[in-house]
Design a protein around this ligand. Structure first.
Ligand code: HEC
Length: 366
């Protein structure tokens, strides 16, 4: 919860736009018939989460759009600035100005009984940002480095006791990313979604952005409704699993850090990143599950795809011995101009090995 508010506070103010109602819906759900539009409370300038720019609507708007689609309704954003936090929710969601708000802390005590929540839909938190070629697994790996941290954040406390790590205090994750880009810091521990988004959208994925675990570092977010809207909450619950399956791909488009979080403990065992594959069948099965959950959306279920250009059963045919290298390069860098997302940060190296094992098992000759 503190993180939610810190995130809200950290942004530039523009009170003039407070409670500006969208004149028209940006997203349509096809033949929605006479169903009333689904009104999403959203911030007009809070990327990667939401934005009134139609080219980059943000993760929450995309989630809202999928939910609306699944319910056969049209999505209508109702804009207001989320950095007002609870006060904003009181005058929008709880006042009946809009029907749902995405990304609230999944904490029943957040605003008392007037607010009801969905199941948690995503996890967010702080992330470690390091140069792409510099893997960090524990605090000792940051020795001697200048590390940017946000003022009054849990990462600042984490580093406070370390005399051998120089902290560079910044006021926001954006500022932390600027310090990195300008060379004023060597690494950073910042609010993950913004760090990942800036890295992806403005800094050419120059940095490795890895989610962190540990006290105060992560929390879960949910969808909030007014207590008077229990029926809507239940309807949304019924379509949430379907929407959730698409979320990794949506999150990847905005560079959100994904994959397993690491704990920056002082010492202790270093987790191995290499997968010791002793059970190929399990690996293929798990790889197939990941593939069908995320990649099948474009590449076809079980990689059956009639469009040759994106038929991944032809990798062997197309690349021969280079197949493995092409696979790993493509999934970790994407081909953004051609519509293939970058999956680094979304899946672990282990996941990629599994997906590759699955794809290897379904190669065909022509
Ligand atoms: C949003 C759609 C989309 C999703 C989701 C997607 N891809 Fe792709 N992918 C593409 C497109 C489009 C291309 C073709 C790019 C090109 O023309 O070079 C591609 C190309 C590739 C290639 C290279 C194919 C070749 O022959 O050069 C690989 C490998 C690949 N994708 C793997 C994956 C994996 C693994 C996943 C899931 C983690 C995935 N893709 C998810 C759209 C997608």
């Amino acid at each position: 919860m503190s993180g939610f508010l810190a995130q809200a506070r950290g942004r530039a103010a523009n009170a003039a736009r407070f409670l500006l109602l969208a004149a028209s819906a940006v997203c349509t759900a096809g033949a929605a018939g006479a169903a009333a539009p689904l009104r999403l409370c959203a911030d007009p300038a809070n990327l990667p989460f939401s934005s009134e720019q139609s080219g980059t609507p943000g993760l929450y708007l995309e989630i809202g759009q999928r939910i609306a689609q699944a319910l056969g309704r049209e999505l209508q954003p109702v804009w207001s600035l989320s950095y007002w936090g609870k006060r904003n929710l009181r005058t929008t969601l709880l006042a009946g100005q809009c029907d749902l708000a995405i990304g609230l802390p999944a904490d029943a005590g957040f605003m008392g009984p007037r607010l009801v929540l969905s199941k948690p839909i995503l996890e967010m938190g702080y992330a470690l940002v390091t140069p792409n070629d510099h893997a960090v697994l524990r605090l000792d790996d940051l020795k001697g480095m200048r590390v940017a941290v946000q003022f009054a954040s849990p990462p600042q406390s984490l580093l406070a006791t370390r005399g051998d790590i120089t902290t560079v205090t910044v006021m926001s994750a954006e500022e932390g990313m600027q310090r990195l880009a300008s060379g004023a810091a060597d690494a950073a521990i910042l609010w993950g979604p913004v760090a990942g988004y800036v890295n992806h959208a403005a800094q050419h994925d120059r940095w490795r952005v890895v989610p962190l675990d540990g006290p105060g570092m992560r929390w879960e977010a949910a969808i909030g409704f007014s207590r008077r809207e229990l029926a809507l909450r239940d309807a949304v619950a019924g379509v949430l699993d379907r929407v959730r399956a698409e979320m990794p791909a949506m999150a990847a488009r905005y560079g959100l850090p994904g994959g397993p979080p690491i704990t920056l403990a002082d010492a202790g065992p270093v987790p191995s990143l290499a997968l010791v594959a002793d059970d190929t069948a399990t690996e293929i099965k798990e790889g197939r599950e990941i593939f069908n959950g995320t990649c099948a959306h474009c590449h076809g279920p079980d990689a059956v795809q009639s469009e040759r250009r994106i038929n991944l059963r032809l990798l062997q045919h197309r690349y021969g011995d280079d197949m493995e290298q092409v696979f790993f390069t493509t999934v970790t860098h994407g081909r953004p101009a051609k519509g293939m997302p970058n999956w680094s940060g979304v899946f672990s190296h282990e996941d990629f090995i599994k997906i590759f094992a699955f794809l290897k098992s379904v190669q065909t000759g022509d």
